[in-house]
Design a protein around this ligand. Structure first.
Ligand code: FAD
Ligand code: SF4
Ligand code: SF4
Length: 459
């Protein structure tokens, strides 16, 4: 009932007219499906129409053979009952074939972190386990124009050579139409075995149509993903207006890190800015509306998932550990292939300490997007950088949970913020429908807290 009549859609619709002409309108994450003939499947595939991300529960059963154990949800209060909260709980992090581990890519230069993703994809192609890899390169069109910001323009490619897979290195910080290569895959008879790299919303849509691609083997390699920018221009604007970087041509990428700072990778090092020094007004234009309705931060339907939020930060992003969540036997095969090729180092089980709930509640109450929702004052300037640095130091060293518990904090805060967004946009019934069970469980737990209840009542 939430879908406009499909008959009125040109099929396939092009990237032109985004987002108004796309079925999910402003909540469209431009996953690419609607730019192919697979637009005919949009009602069942789109993460933002009808039951949307609520479909993840049933899809887990189909993809992994079972649903995540929602009873494993870790709360700090359970510690008093003697429960061990130090490792990742399946309820929040999704189905696990084995406990979440720390990992580093070996010898992979110019990746976002240490190149765990590219190392796995490359190893699978080189070992002949797949014929092609879907990954996100820099837009060649923009590169051809010698645009110094080409790093921020995502272009999905069907990579069939190691050189092409290497073009996927680095996060391009904007919504990317990863599925716009679906027709190309279906029509290319040389592709029998495929590896698809993608973020949660794209993987959800891909899982809905993968059986129609006529493939013998499909592997899905996911990344964690939250708060993506709507466009490359919005990402550039965030760096200029928010982080106050004037020479954008020096930038190679950026990341929001566990030390409460934005780390911007440049041609000659790193520039960091504490979150507290960013003007609150830069948040809304920098985050795509789809990402305010997203409940799949940890990419529940991928076979194996790479991220950083649950790993200890070791100074720089290209030297630090990442986390690796193997969800099923296929994920395990992918990791083994990269280990055999000596491209992947697997470290200890990821662990954490600290209380994640208190910081999640206070972050959501101070969040400028939430303040805007409830009619509060959004600060137009951040605190001076020196003061922001002191606050970031104090919070990350003395207040913030660490490792896996930091990841729990980040997941809970984003789920709460996004619940408030969809509640305001869609009302309680559809909000409940559009959340997977684990997200609904997190929301109901925090609604026992007066601060969160007050925010909910102000909408
Ligand atoms: P690399 O080996 O450098 O490979 C990069 C991979 O990212 C390639 O497969 C490429 O296809 C893919 N990619 C690049 N740009 C895009 C894009 N726009 N959309 C989809 N895929 C893309 N991890 C967290 O723990 N917390 C977060 O908040 C978080 N946010 C993220 C937001 C986005 C938009 C993306 C794409 C990833 C995010 N991640 C997050 C994951 C993290 O940033 C790294 O992608 C991950 O740790 C892999 O690093 P790597 O060095 O192994 O990747
Ligand atoms: Fe189509 Fe994807 Fe946008 Fe949904 S998110 S409307 S499937 S392009
Ligand atoms: Fe898609 Fe969610 Fe990432 Fe946004 S945050 S790009 S909706 S997976």
């Amino acid at each position: 009932e939430h879908v406009m009549a499909l008959a009125s859609l040109p099929s396939p619709i092009s990237g032109e007219g985004w987002p108004e002409k796309f079925p999910a309108k402003e909540h469209c994450s431009r996953c690419g499906l609607c730019e192919t003939t697979f637009v005919s499947r949009v009602k069942e595939a789109c993460a933002f129409l009808g039951d949307g991300m609520g479909r993840v529960d049933d899809a887990e059963m189909k993809v992994h053979g079972r649903q995540r154990d929602t009873a494993s949800m870790a709360w700090s209060e359970n510690k008093d009952r003697g429960e061990d909260l130090s490792t990742a709980d399946e309820a929040r992090f999704g189905v696990m074939h084995e406990p979440m581990r720390l990992a580093k890519g070996i010898g992979m230069r110019d990746a976002q972190w240490t190149g765990v993703v590219t190392s796995i994809a490359l190893s699978m192609l080189e070992a002949g386990k797949v014929d092609a890899v879907v990954c996100i390169a820099n837009s060649s069109e923009e590169s051809n124009k010698s645009n110094p910001q080409a790093w921020s323009y995502p272009q999905p490619i069907l990579a069939k050579t190691p050189e092409d897979v290497l073009r996927g290195r680095g996060v391009k910080p904007a919504l990317s139409p990863s599925l716009n290569v679906l027709d190309e895959i279906k029509n290319d008879k040389s592709i029998r075995k495929l590896l698809f790299c993608g973020v949660g919303c794209a993987v959800q849509a891909f899982r809905a149509v993968q059986d129609d691609l006529g493939l013998e083997e499909v592997y899905v390699l996911g990344t964690n993903c939250v708060d993506n920018s709507p466009t490359p221009e919005a990402a550039q604007n965030f760096l200029q207006e928010g982080v106050q970087i004037s020479e954008l041509e020096r930038v190679r990428g950026y990341e929001f890190m566990q030390d409460f700072k934005v780390h911007v990778k440049t041609s000659d090092g790193y520039i960091t800015r504490p979150y507290f020094s960013l003007p609150g007004t830069v948040a809304a234009p920098s985050i795509a509306t789809s990402c305010l309705a997203c409940f799949d931060y940890t990419n529940g339907l991928a076979d194996v998932v790479v991220g950083y939020m649950g790993a200890p930060l070791d100074g720089k992003m290209d030297e630090s550990y990442q986390t690796l969540t193997i969800r099923n036997e296929r994920g395990s095969q992918m990791v083994e292939t990269a280990k055999d090729a000596n491209r992947l180092y697997i470290g200890d089980v990821a662990t954490g300490t600290g209380n994640h709930e208190q910081l999640a509640t206070s972050t959501v109450a101070a969040d400028s997007i939430v303040l805007e929702m409830v009619g509060g004052d959004v600060p137009t300037s951040g605190m001076p950088v020196w003061m922001g640095n002191i606050l970031a130091f104090v919070i990350s060293n003395y207040v913030s949970p660490k490792g896996v518990n930091f990841a729990r904090y980040s997941i809970d805060y984003h789920i709460l913020r996004n619940y408030l967004h969809i509640l305001q946009e869609w009302g309680e019934d559809r909000a409940q429908q559009a959340m997977p069970q684990y997200a609904a469980d997190i929301v109901s737990h925090y609604l026992q807290d007066e601060t969160v209840r007050k925010l909910q009542s102000q909408l």
